[in-house]
Design a protein around this ligand. Structure first.
Ligand code: MSP
Length: 657
């Protein structure tokens, strides 16, 4: 049987869980659920890191003993995860006796192998980081993380012969290109390793710090917190003899953010090597969530607490946002606006509407029962089916290589295609003619099948929504019972099974006046429970999408269907034999060919490099025989024509709302 083992960092108990911790732990949960879906036997570990100066200081500030302090914050972490639908198999604490025992065992083993020695060290020490810094690592003489000058400290201590493993580690990384992913972080570690590697001080004298694991070979010292903490990844699964260790260590994958790349990319592999333990399979490294104020976490304040957010916006919506918004490996900006935008556009408008429309029509035309495929599928049905198969493939290929956002984009392409299919096929018209019943059956069955596959594919990301959707499609399964191949096979819905119309999946969020800082005041975030499915009220005269009222005003739904994007013009050339048209290649995250009638006022040379606003979901048209896939926005001013441009440069593809 295939196995999968994923770990998160064990979090320091000097701060409450915030969105950075939540992101890592949710990603681990998504990876774990994905592998369960593939039928793997999985193990998912998280926990808390409880020893060291930092914890002592936090406990002192709170006026309690370190252990009592650690108990409290550790419990907070432990209780937070289930509230975010995170299902870890084990929660380890570095104060657990079993962990202490394994740390001492490893220390003794490495000591006996002659890889630990006693020496005096003088250097510059940052209390915040709990480590000595070299001059070259400081920025303007200050610790780069804490922006404070380190203090001089001389100490007799135990050292791990890390330098000895430098060449071995370089060779290992070069011959295992996937050991640290994405590649930029492997390169970063290789860059560290171009400089001479120093030995690692792995002890602290008890008179200075007694909140740590005693060295088994010298009671006057406790273990340096990183040498203690990293070992959690093996102590938690019963190293050296436990069954779980034997089963899962060979497939171990760690998940961390870039802040702790050095301990994981250098200390940990060399520690393992010295202890004669095989290396982990992958170290997966993601970027940082930032707020407008900059870096979020640790000593910098400005944190967003996940539990303030999730209940306001919905747990699954929060998980979806985090996974969709961040490109794994790169930094991302967290803002409440971006979260609301994704909820309203991707969840309420796209997925929520597809599901309500499909179920409302199944209820209306087939008495809430899954119809058979009444007629042979036509080209459009096959195209939609192909899109779904393609999404399943991308989902299966992208998640193991950390392309979470790509997997979600592929799923949402199906959702978008299915919504367009409804608008185009207009089932309400088929329903008017009894002779078209077989066609209507096929159309509705096709849509139900798409919804089912989408429900399965979102299960690692949005487990509650997945279960809810499946239930309403007549499938009573827990997410842990789903299997990718079986449950995404086309046509597997039970003919005649009862489906349930029910409430909308994602209430739209009103955006006015909410503030994350005041989680208590959630009234402003209230949902629009009256959100209408696009299918309309009556079978005879459904409005396919948004509608205009009698005063010519459009509702917000109709506006939202116009996909306005910022594009960067990469190439421009005049269309031969036309004095009005230019052919543009516009970057909107992908390349678009657009033919625009602006040649009289804008020369091709002036256009290249300009950012413009365009309608990205216009049906393609041919102008002078050239295909145009979109329309650039411009304002006429007398005889002149001015392009609509963003106030400042933004990333190409940025969605306008
Ligand atoms: N205790 C050590 C880890 C020991 S692992 C053997 C530690 N703890 S921590 O509480 O500071 O957690 C750091 C981790 O929290 C990051 O690596 C990342 O997983 C997560 N994040 C903290 N802030 C973050 C962001 N702003 N953005 C994304 N993830 C962040 O270091």
């Amino acid at each position: 049987m295939n196995r999968f083992y994923i770990t998160t960092p064990i979090y320091y108990v000097n701060a409450e869980p915030h969105i950075g911790h939540a992101y890592t732990t949710i990603v681990a949960d998504v990876m774990n659920r994905f592998h369960e879906l593939l039928g793997f036997k999985t193990f998912f570990l998280t926990g808390t890191d409880e020893h060291g100066d930092k914890i002592v200081q936090a406990a002192q500030a709170a006026g309690v003993e370190p252990k009592a302090y650690a108990d409290k914050i550790s419990a907070l972490f432990r209780q937070t995860w289930p509230k975010l639908s995170i299902e870890n198999d084990k929660f380890i604490r570095t104060t657990d006796l079993e962990h202490v025992r394994v740390v001492q065992y490893v220390l003794q083993k490495v000591f006996d192998a002659g890889e630990i020695y006693f020496d005096t060290y003088k250097g510059l020490y940052c209390v915040g980081c709990e480590r000595f810094y070299t001059e070259r690592e400081l920025v303007d003489g200050k610790c780069p993380d804490h922006d404070k000058p380190p203090v001089e400290r001389a100490e007799a201590n135990y050292f791990f012969r890390m330098s000895k493993y430098q060449n071995w580690l370089i060779a290992h990384m070069e011959s295992n290109p996937e050991c640290i992913r994405p590649e930029r972080y492997r390169n970063e570690v290789l860059a560290f390793l171009r400089e001479p590697l120093e030995d690692l001080c792995i002890s602290r004298p008890v008179e200075r710090l007694n909140w740590g694991i005693p060295l088994p070979f010298d009671e006057n010292y406790v273990t340096y917190v990183w040498f203690d903490a990293l070992i959690n990844y093996i102590s938690a699964i019963g190293y050296p003899d436990g069954q779980l260790y034997k089963e899962f260590w060979p497939v171990a994958q760690h998940l961390i953010a870039k802040d702790i790349l050095k301990p994981h990319g250098i200390y940990w592999p060399t520690m393992l090597k010295a202890a004669g333990i095989p290396l982990f399979q992958h170290l997966n490294v993601h970027g940082y969530w930032k707020t407008d104020e900059g870096k979020m976490s640790k000593s910098h304040g400005a944190v967003v607490r996940p539990l303030d957010l999730a209940p306001v916006y919905g747990l699954d919506a929060f998980r979806y946002f985090l996974l969709r918004e961040m490109v794994f490996g790169l930094d991302a900006k967290f803002s409440e606006e971006a979260l609301v935008q994704r909820i309203n556009a991707d969840l309420a408008n796209d997925l929520g509407n597809l599901f309500s429309r499909t179920l409302a029509m199944t209820a209306r035309y087939f008495d809430e029962k899954v119809p058979p495929f009444g007629s042979q599928p036509d080209g459009m049905d096959r195209e939609l089916h192909d899109k779904v198969d393609d999404a399943v493939r991308q989902f299966r290929d992208e998640i193991p290589r950390l392309g979470f956002h790509k997997a979600l984009v592929a799923i949402w392409e199906c959702v978008g295609a299915a919504n367009k299919y409804i608008d185009y096929v207009a089932p309400w018209n088929l329903a008017k003619d009894a002779a078209l019943l077989p066609r209507l059956q096929t159309v509705m069955r096709t849509l139900l099948e798409v919804n089912k596959v989408v429900a399965v594919l979102i299960s690692p990301f949005m487990p509650s929504t997945s279960v809810k959707m499946l239930e309403r499609l007549g499938i009573a399964k827990k997410t842990s019972d789903l299997r990718l191949a079986e449950d995404t096979s086309w046509g597997a819905l039970q003919e005649g099974a009862k489906v349930l119309k029910g409430e909308s999946l994602f209430p739209r969020v009103e955006t006015a006046g909410k503030k994350l800082e005041k989680p208590g005041k959630q009234g402003a975030a209230k949902a629009d429970k009256g959100q209408k499915p696009r299918e309309g009220k009556k079978a005879e005269a459904p409005a396919p999408s948004g509608v205009t009222d009698s005063g010519g005003l459009i509702d917000i739904d109709l506006f939202r269907q116009v996909d306005l994007r910022v594009g960067l013009i990469r190439q421009a050339e005049k269309v031969p034999h036309s004095d009005k048209l230019v052919k543009l290649m516009v970057d909107i995250g992908e390349e678009r060919q657009i033919v625009a009638g602006i040649a009289k006022t804008h020369s091709p040379a002036d256009l290249v490099g300009k950012q413009v606003v365009l309608v990205a979901n216009l049906k393609p048209a041919k102008l002078m025989g050239i295909e145009s896939h979109g329309m650039i926005l411009a304002v006429r001013d007398g005889l002149d024509l001015k392009l609509v441009v963003p106030e400042a440069n933004v990333s190409p593809g940025g969605k306008i709302s």
